[in-house]
Write a protein that binds this ligand. Structure first.
Ligand code: TYM
Length: 328
């Protein structure tokens, strides 16, 4: 049994990429492991957000966690800002991180491009993420491909801390799936599917209506060869749809390629749509029952208590290692 931690930002919508790359793994992992899943709202305020929107997004994401199958009896589900130790350890780790390593983070480089007013929070974002992970003695961090570099930085910070002070932190590993690690945009399949895509046709939201999903997949960019085969480099659009279909139905890609070898793109896309609709409909139904319920609050209150107990105990040890205590 390993210790697991992961989180998702409550910024904008949750996409099918978030689900297939991260949440689907979260649900599978809770069966065998001790898992903490967090709504990382402190990471969301690195960009300016309307306060009511952030509050709504936090509830929505927590409801989606549950609707996707996270079980509060098996996992600890909580909101980051409610466990104060995250921000505190975030500061402590900021103090051991270097400007150079932080400025090499590709997410920071991408997000700060063409922007004159770059928030300092965006720059130190990875130290808060490291705090999230290290606070729980985490061994495995299930994430999509784009977060790998941040988990590697977390490892570096943990090793540095252990050397400089005391052997305090467990060194975590990223857990990245072979398939689904990078679901691509439907309109530009060489780019990651992202909730911040200005073109809404590029992503599928977990809460998109069936007809919206059908339209988006129908207009997904493919190629002109007419052959359904898996080749990420030369056929990124079809390969992305194959990956989505495969993960939505738990069918190996080879089997799908064989099944559709004599089909055209139209038929294939229709079946991909139906697979995604069938995956999301029950999740959406459960989501709507939960999002405004008292049950959701009770689960998050209990999650905060469980997470806080572990986090505070570990934080006391980390503070002691650094000398942030008055008595020896
Ligand atoms: P975020 O909120 O951007 O994304 C949440 C998770 O979804 C994955 N993901 C994808 N996977 C496959 N294909 C895609 N197109 C795709 N888009 C997103 C991400 O890799 C991620 O696993 N910094 C993190 C949140 C975070 C965190 C943590 C994660 C804060 N603290 C501690 C793990 C552990 C982020 O911005 O994820």
């Amino acid at each position: 049994m390993a210790k697991i931690f992961s989180g998702i930002k409550p910024t904008g919508v949750v996409t099918l990429g978030n689900y297939l790359g991260a949440m689907k793994q979260f649900v599978e992992l809770q069966e065998e492991h001790e898992a903490f899943y967090c709504v990382v709202d402190l990471h969301s305020i690195t960009v300016q957000l309307d306060r009511v929107e952030l509050m709504d997004n936090t509830r929505k994401l927590a409801a989606l966690y549950l609707a996707c199958g996270l079980d509060p009896e098996k996992s600890t589900i909580f909101v980051q800002s409610e466990v104060k130790a995250h921000a505190q350890l975030g500061w402590m780790l900021t103090c051991i991180a270097g400007m150079g390593e932080l400025s090499r983070m590709t997410q920071y480089k991408d997000k700060s491009q063409n922007s004159e007013n770059i928030g300092a929070g965006l720059f130190v974002y990875p130290t808060l993420m490291a705090a999230d992970i290290l606070l729980y003695g985490t061994e495995l961090v299930p994430v999509g491909d784009d977060q790998k570099q941040h988990v590697e930085l977390t490892r570096d910070l943990a090793e540095r801390f252990n050397k400089r002070y005391y052997e305090t932190f467990t060194i975590p590993e990223p857990l990245i799936q072979k398939e689904g690690a990078r679901i691509m945009s439907l309109t530009n399949p060489v780019k990651k599917m992202s909730k911040s895509d200005a073109n809404v046709k590029g992503f599928i939201s977990m809460l998109d209506e069936p007809n919206v999903i059908r339209k988006k997949i129908k207009s997904a960019v493919t190629d002109s060869s007419g052959v359904i085969s898996f080749d990420r480099e030369n056929k990124p659009g079809i390969s992305n749809l194959l990956e989505i279909y495969s993960l939505s139905t738990d069918t190996p890609i080879d089997e799908l390629v064989e099944r559709y070898k004599d089909s055209n793109y139209g038929t294939f896309k229709q079946d991909v749509s139906e697979a995604v609709v069938a995956l999301l409909e029950p999740i959406q139904n459960r989501y709507h029952e939960l999002v405004d319920s008292a049950e959701l609050d009770a689960i998050l209150d209990a999650g905060r208590e469980k997470a806080e107990a572990v986090a505070n105990k570990n934080l006391a040890k980390i503070e002691k290692a650094m000398g942030l205590n008055r008595k020896r």
